[in-house]
Design a protein around this ligand. Sequence first.
Ligand SMILES: C[S@@+](CC[C@H](N)C(=O)[O-])C[C@H]1O[C@@H](n2cnc3c(N)ncnc32)[C@H](O)[C@@H]1O
Length: 212
Amino acid sequence: MQHRPPQVPDRNPQFSPRSRFCDPSDTSRFANALASSLPIELEIGSGKGLFLTQAAQKQLHHTFIGLELATKYARDAQAKLERLGIANACFIACDAVAVIDRDVPDNKLAAVHVYFPDPWWKSKHKKRRVLSDETIVNIQRTLIPGGQLHFWTDVLDYYEEAVARIMELTQFRGPFYVPEPVAEHTMDYRTHFERRTRLNGLPVYRARFEKP
Ligand SMILES: C[S@@+](CC[C@H](N)C(=O)[O-])C[C@H]1O[C@@H](n2cnc3c(N)ncnc32)[C@H](O)[C@@H]1O
C-alpha cells in the first residue's frame, strides 16, 4: 500500500472528523514522532495516558505515540508529558482508525497496543469497534516483522471476536498467553481501565500476537 504523509487539516466542517487531525500542532507532532529512528510503539485509544507515560519512562530508547479521540484526554496527557520532561512520547488527538489507515507507512511500528477499547455492546453498533477488520489489516501492514500486537479487554465477547478475526485475517503468530501482572500498589496497572476492572474483581482478557 502506498504511504500518504500526514496532511494539514481540512477546516471544511462537512469533512468527516474521522479523516483528519484535530489541529496543525498534532499533525507536526505526529509526523516528527513517525520520523523517529528509534523503535516506534503506538497505542490506539490511549485514554488518560497512563500506559504510555509509564512505558516512555521505562524504555527511553523507544518512541511512543498515543492516538486518542477525546481531545481533552490527549491534551491533558500531552501536557503531563511536557511537565515531566518526557521527550520520547506524544499524544495526538485524532481518530486512530483513520490515521493508521492514511498516515502510517508499511512496516513502521515495533508494537501496537490496544487496551480496553470501547465495547459498543449492541450488535448494530459493533461496526464502530476500533478493532475492526480494517484496523486489523492495517495493524498487520504497519508492524515490522517481529512487531507485537497487545490487546487487552474486560469484554469477553470483544476478546473472542477480535482474536478470531485477527487469526483469520493475518499471518500473526499467537495468541500468546499474557500472565496477569502482580499489582502491589495503585500505579502497578497498565492502564486506568485495567486498574478499575481489577479493583472491581473482574477478569481481564489479554492476548499478544507477533508478526512473522
Ligand atoms: C474505554 S477507554 C480505555 C482507555 C485506556 N486505553 C485505558 O485502558 O484506560 C477507550 C478509549 O478509546 C478512545 N477511542 C475510541 N475510539 C477511538 C478512535 N477511533 N481513535 C482513538 N481513540 C478512540 C476513547 O475516547 C477512550 O478514551
